[in-house]
Structure formats: structure tokens, C-alpha cells
Design a protein around this ligand. Structure first.
Ligand code: NAP
Ligand code: MG
Length: 491
């Protein structure tokens, strides 16, 4: 964590080079227009409607994408239902072969997927290259490994697939969130209808083509593109047995209400407002890098972002000074530039939301600090931002900003750190920096968070479950736990 790069994955990075961002865009082929992916092929939408997806770093349109209405969703669910009988009876070791093949093909096409993810969503290429895409392949490899071992995973029980999974994902890690859902669903013998986010559907559609090339039987994986109403139709469809949702707490609650009383199974991965706690004995330089990674990785569009820094009072001034100096070195701009640390905000709507909450922070009396970096003239960008003098009741200390904005508070004792850290409706993740092992364990016992990172942040591994408490949702993705939401007969 000593390096300047905010994200340092333990998974092998993708090996590729290009000279300029123009050359990078030549690495991918983008069609003018995309249909819905239903029953193994691209189909024109019954809705006859299309929306356009743009590059948020330039505001230029990239492609037109079909918008699925209720009839389209119905077609996709029926295709998934039809494919379900033979897919669930396909022996686990055969299902594994498809998933291993898919994982290898993602690795082979990592350049294309990384550039496409960055073009459509705005994240820095070094993140899509070294974090997202290698992890996507890793999740497919990992769940491929479980496909023929389910009876060993749940000894004495009879694991059975649920049937058709309707999966709705957000725009911050499009392919990665897809892999967290699709890999375990297919490994356990379920078929899938996926609804990607409106602003970032291109990689899911590219993945759909890849599944056909991998020989995955038609109907096992389907994609319905569109906005919120398409997601709502999918969730409401009576042919869906399992709903898996990642997104905002507000939409998650609406989904839970809408399917209450139905036999549908549900998992919700929602928002967060993670505390990042730094004690006075912490290795300061590493902690600075951890805090920077925690909030500026992917422009802060991260559900588990360390968006509240709690720093021990005795080192607070020194720590915040160092943090400000470090912010001056962050490079904000062209996401395709390999040296960019902070890329484009995903959409104009998200930029407006961040701007609005930052204005609220100023009005509430917190002190704002932004480095003197210049932002590109076009595209959606926001300067890395710190707020000092934040009190717990401030909206910027309570609400998820989902942007590159850190709210800083102080504490004196470990008990006070816990009290402040747990003072939100969320409970997704937390970070602790200290050299005392006993203190790490003491904190981990008391922090209300699904994941607690110690002396590191934003580390992911397919074998490790991820998920929340309270308003951050329920159910786990990753690890053996990630199989449970897609199986009956395992409890
Ligand atoms: P969002 O507005 O809730 O959207 C998530 C997905 O749901 C999108 O595909 C969206 O479609 C769709 N959708 C919207 N309204 C719907 C409805 N009524 N019924 C069904 N689907 C509907 O969230 P977002 O702004 O995209 O994503 C940011 C949020 O996701 C943050 O709160 C973040 O913390 C959370 N998140 C959580 C995790 C986790 O693992 N816990 C991971 C990543 C993100 P459109 O966008 O196309 O309109
Ligand atoms: Mg886009």
C-alpha cells in the first residue's frame, strides 16, 4: 500500500499497453445499436424503443441500446424458464466446464473489456485493467470450482437450484457486480435474466456474446437492458424465483415491499457509509494511502467506500495536513490515460447529486478542501474533496454521497471510535488502522459491518463473502456463502 496507485489488487493484472487513449478506443468494436440478449441471440425489442449510452468523460454517445418493456422482459423470463429444466439437470462438472471456459475467455479479452468498461462508465483504465476485469475472471473461476462440489459444500443436505434468477445491478462496477451474481447462479444450476444499469450496459452485452461463443446453451443467460421500470418488471415477473439486487437502499426497500408475500427469494446488496478509523499508533504513510484508496477509488462510486474518516485527536492535524498534500498529487481526468487516479463521474445525475450534497456540507458549516487540480472542459468530473469539522448529525456524515468526498471527524478513545463508527443506518464495511493486533480484534468485534479491513482497504477475493447489515442489505455474495442465495434444501 506504499505506492501511489490507489488500487493494488492481489489478482494478477492484465498485461496490455497502448500509446494513447485514441489508440485504446481502437481496441474495442462498438456497434451503433444493441438489441436485447434473449435465448442466445440479440433481439429487437417489442417496445421498439432505444436509449443512448454515452462516454461520461466526453459526453459523446457510444451506442443505442434497446429498452425492454414488460413484453420483452416476459420473453426473456420465458426463455430462462425453458432453459432451466435441462440446465439444472446438467451435471455440475459439465456446468463447470462452461464457467471455466467463460473465465478463460474473459482473461483473453481483458483488454477489450477493460477499455469498454472505462469508456462506458468513466472509471480509470488502471482500475478496470488491474482490478475489475481480473476479479471478474477470478469470480468465474472460483464458482466454476464449486459447480460439481455442492454436495460436499452442504454435506447431508440436498442442494437444488431455485430456477430463474432475476438480477439487477448498478453502474459502479458493472461487470464485476454481474460476475458476483451470474457466476454463483449458473454454477448452482439456475438460469439468469440480468438487468444492467442504464448508463453501463455495454460490457454485459459484450459478455452475453461471449457466453454464446463459449457454447453456453441458449436461454441460460439473458440480458434485458433499460432503466428502472425494466428492472421493476423483471422483479415483478411471476416466472422469477429468485431476485438478486445491488443498488441503492431506497430501490432495495421498494423491491422488498413489492415482492413481500410472494414465494420469491431475495438478496439485497445496498448502500454504505463506511467508517475508516485511524489510531495514533497507525503506520501513517500506509494509512494515508489506505484512506485515499478508500474514498477516491472509482471516484468514490463504491458501496463500501471509506467515506467517513475517524482519526484519533492526537494525530488529527498532522494526518489531515498529510492527506491534503497527498490529494494535490492525485491526477484527475481522462479515464483512458494510464496515469489517471480519479476518472469521470458516471453520469450527469450523479454529478448533480454529489454537487448538491457538497453544497449541503458547506451550508452545514463543515470546512471544505479541494486540491488545485484542473478539470477537463467536457465530461462529468468532480475534484477530490475533504470536509473537516464535520459533526455526526451533518448530512455529509450520514448520507451516502457516492462520490470523491470524504467527511473527517475525530475521536479520543476506542469506545468513542466505535460509537461514532456505528452511528449510521448502514453497516457494510469498515477499516481500522493500528499496529496493535488486540485492538484490531476488539474493534472488529464491535464494528457493525459485514467486512472489516485491518491496515488495508478495498481488498476483494472470490473466496471471501461480502454483504451488509441493517440498511446495507442482507445475504452474502462471494465464498461458499455466495452459493446459499441460489439454492434450496441447504438450511
Ligand atoms: P439504483 O438507482 O438503486 O439502481 C440500481 C439498479 O436498479 C439499476 O440497474 C437501476 O436501473 C435499477 N432500478 C432502478 N429502479 C428500480 C426499480 N424500481 N425496480 C428494479 N430496479 C430498479 O442504484 P445506483 O444509483 O445505480 O447504484 C448506486 C447504489 O448501489 C449505491 O447506493 C451503492 O451503495 C449501491 N451499491 C451497493 C453494492 C453492494 O454490494 N452492497 C455494490 C455496488 C453498489 P437504472 O440505473 O438503469 O435506472
Ligand atoms: Mg455510459
Amino acid at each position: 500500500m506504499n505506492e501511489k496507485t490507489p488500487a493494488k489488487p492481489e489478482i494478477a493484472p492484465v498485461d496490455f499497453e497502448y500509446a494513447s487513449s485514441r489508440e485504446a478506443t481502437d481496441l474495442v468494436e462498438i456497434d451503433d445499436s444493441y438489441g436485447l440478449w434473449i435465448n442466445g441471440a440479440s433481439r429487437s425489442p417489442a417496445s421498439k424503443r432505444y436509449f443512448s449510452t454515452i462516454n461520461p468523460a466526453t459526453e459523446e454517445p457510444l451506442a443505442r441500446i434497446a429498452e425492454a418493456n414488460e413484453r420483452d422482459v416476459d420473453r426473456a423470463v420465458k426463455a430462462a424458464r425453458k432453459a432451466s429444466d435441462s440446465w439444472r439437470r446438467t451435471p455440475g462438472k459439465e456446468r463447470a466446464k462452461y464457467l471455466f471456459r467463460i473465465a478463460r475467455m474473459i482473461q483473453e479479452r481483458a483488454r477489450e473489456f477493460a477499455v469498454l468498461e472505462t469508456l462506458d462508465g468513466g472509471k480509470p483504465i488502471k482500475e478496470s485493467r488491474d482490478f475489475d476485469i481480473p476479479l471478474v475472471a477470478a469470480y468465474f473461476f472460483y464458482y466454476a470450482g464449486w459447480a460439481d462440489k455442492l454436495e460436499y459444500a452442504f454435506p447431508g443436505l440436498k442442494p437444488e437450484p431455485l430456477g430463474v434468477a432475476g438480477q439487477v445491478i448498478p453502474w459502479n462496477f458493472p461487470l464485476l457486480m454481474m460476475s458476483w451474481k451470474v457466476a454463483p447462479a449458473l454454477a448452482t444450476g439456475n438460469t439468469v435474466v440480468l438487468k444492467p444499469a442504464e448508463t453501463t450496459s455495454l460490457t454485459a452485452l459484450a459478455f452475453a456474446r461471449l457466453t454464446a461463443e463459449a457454447g453456453l446453451p441458449s436461454g441460460v443467460f439473458n440480458v434485458v437492458t433499460g432503466a428502472g421500470p425494466t428492472g421493476a418488471s423483471l422483479v415483478a415477473h411471476p416466472g422469477v424465483d429468485k431476485v438478486a439486487f445491488t443498488g441503492s437502499t431506497a430501490v432495495g426497500k421498494a423491491i422488498q415491499r413489492s415482492i413481500a408475500g410472494s414465494p420469491k427469494h431475495l438478496t439485497l446488496e445496498l448502500g454504505g457509509k463506511a467508517p475508516h478509523v485511524v489510531f495514533d499508533d497507525a503506520p501513517i504513510d500506509q494509512a494515508i494511502e489506505g484512506v485515499v484508496n478508500g474514498i477516491f477509488f472509482n471516484q468514490g462510486h463504491v458501496c463500501c467506500a471509506g467515506s467517513r474518516l475517524l482519526v484519533q485527536e492526537s494525530i488529527a492535524d498532522h494526518f489531515v495536513d498529510k492527506l491534503k498534500r497527498r490529494l494535490e498529487t492525485l491526477r484527475v481526468g481522462d479515464p483512458l490515460d494510464k496515469n489517471t487516479d480519479v476518472g469521470a463521474i458516471n453520469s450527469e445525475a450523479q454529478l448533480d447529486k454529489i454537487t448538491e450534497l457538497v453544497d449541503v456540507g458547506i451550508e452545514e458549516g463543515a470546512g471544505i478542501y479541494q486540491p488545485a487540480c484542473e478539470l477537463p472542459d467536457r465530461g462529468y468530473f468532480f475534484k477530490p474533496t475533504l470536509f473537516t469539522g464535520v459533526s455526526q448529525s451533518h448530512r455529509i456524515a450520514q448520507e451516502e454521497i457516492f462520490g470523491p468526498v470524504l467527511s473527517i471527524m475525530t475521536f479520543r478513545t476506542p469506545a468513542e471510535a466505535i460509537e461514532k463508527a456505528n452511528n449510521t443506518p448502514y453497516g457494510l464495511s469498515a477499516g481500522v488502522w493500528t499496529t496493535k493486533g488486540s485492538r484490531i480484534l476488539w474493534m472488529a468485534d464491535r464494528l457493525k459491518a459485514g467486512v472489516v479491513w485491518a491496515n488495508t482497504y478495498n481488498k476483494f477475493d472470490p473466496a471471501s463473502p461480502f454483504g451488509g447489515y441493517q440498511e446495507s442489505g442482507f445475504g452474502r455474495e462471494g465464498g461458499k456463502h455466495g452459493l446459499l442465495p441460489y439454492l434450496s434444501g441447504v438450511r
